[in-house]
Design a protein around this ligand. Structure first.
Ligand SMILES: [Zn+2]
Length: 168
C-alpha cells in the first residue's frame, strides 16, 4: 500500500484520495491477539457451515441443537410411555375395584343368608357382619363334624354287633 507522503506531490495525493474516496483500500492492522486464537470447526465434521476462530473453546451450536432435540425427543417418548402405563394401571385398578365389589356382594349375600342384618348388623368401622356370620357358622360346622364322628362310631358298633351275633 502506498501512503501519501512527501514523495507524492499535492496533485498526486489529491488524485489518490479522489480515487479511493468511495472505496478505500482495506488495510489490515497487525493484531498480536490473532496468534492466540484457535480455528474451530464442527468436531463431527457434519456442519461445514460452522467455523469460528476464537481464543475461547466453543462447541458446535448445530451439534448442541441436535443433541438438545434428541434429548427432547427422548423425554417426550418417555412421557408418552409413562402416560400409556398410567392409563394401563388405571384400567387394571378399575378391574380390581370391580372384582372387589363383586366379591363383597357375594360375601354379603352369604353373610345375610346365614343371619339377617338385625342379627349380624351392617358394615361399619366397629362392626363386621362377615365375622359375625362366621362366628355363627363355626359352631354349626363343629356340630356337623361331631355328627359325622357319631355316625362313624355307630357304624362301627353296628358292625361289631353283627359280627358278634353271627354263628361261629
Ligand atoms: Zn456440528
Amino acid at each position: 500500500m502506498t501512503t501519501p507522503n512527501e514523495r507524492l506531490s499535492q496533485a498526486e495525493t489529491l488524485q489518490f484520495l479522489a480515487a479511493h474516496a468511495n472505496n478505500p483500500p482495506y488495510i489490515p492492522e497487525r493484531d498480536d491477539s490473532l496468534d492466540t486464537m484457535t480455528p474451530q470447526a464442527c468436531p463431527k465434521g457434519v456442519h461445514a457451515d460452522w467455523a469460528v476462530d476464537s481464543e475461547d473453546t466453543h462447541t458446535c451450536p448445530w451439534c448442541a441443537l441436535d443433541q438438545a432435540r434428541a434429548e427432547s425427543d427422548k423425554h417426550r417418548n418417555e412421557r408418552d410411555e409413562l402416560k400409556k402405563r398410567v392409563a394401563e394401571l388405571d384400567r387394571e385398578l378399575g378391574k380390581t375395584i370391580d372384582q372387589r365389589d363383586r366379591v363383597e356382594d357375594v360375601a354379603d349375600q352369604l353373610a345375610y343368608a346365614i343371619a339377617p342384618a338385625e342379627a349380624i348388623g351392617e358394615h361399619s368401622s366397629e362392626n363386621d357382619p362377615w365375622q359375625n356370620a362366621l362366628d355363627i357358622v363355626t359352631p354349626a360346622a363343629k356340630v356337623d363334624e361331631l355328627k359325622k364322628q357319631v355316625a362313624a362310631l355307630n357304624d362301627r358298633l353296628h358292625d361289631a354287633a353283627v359280627t358278634r351275633s353271627e354263628p361261629s
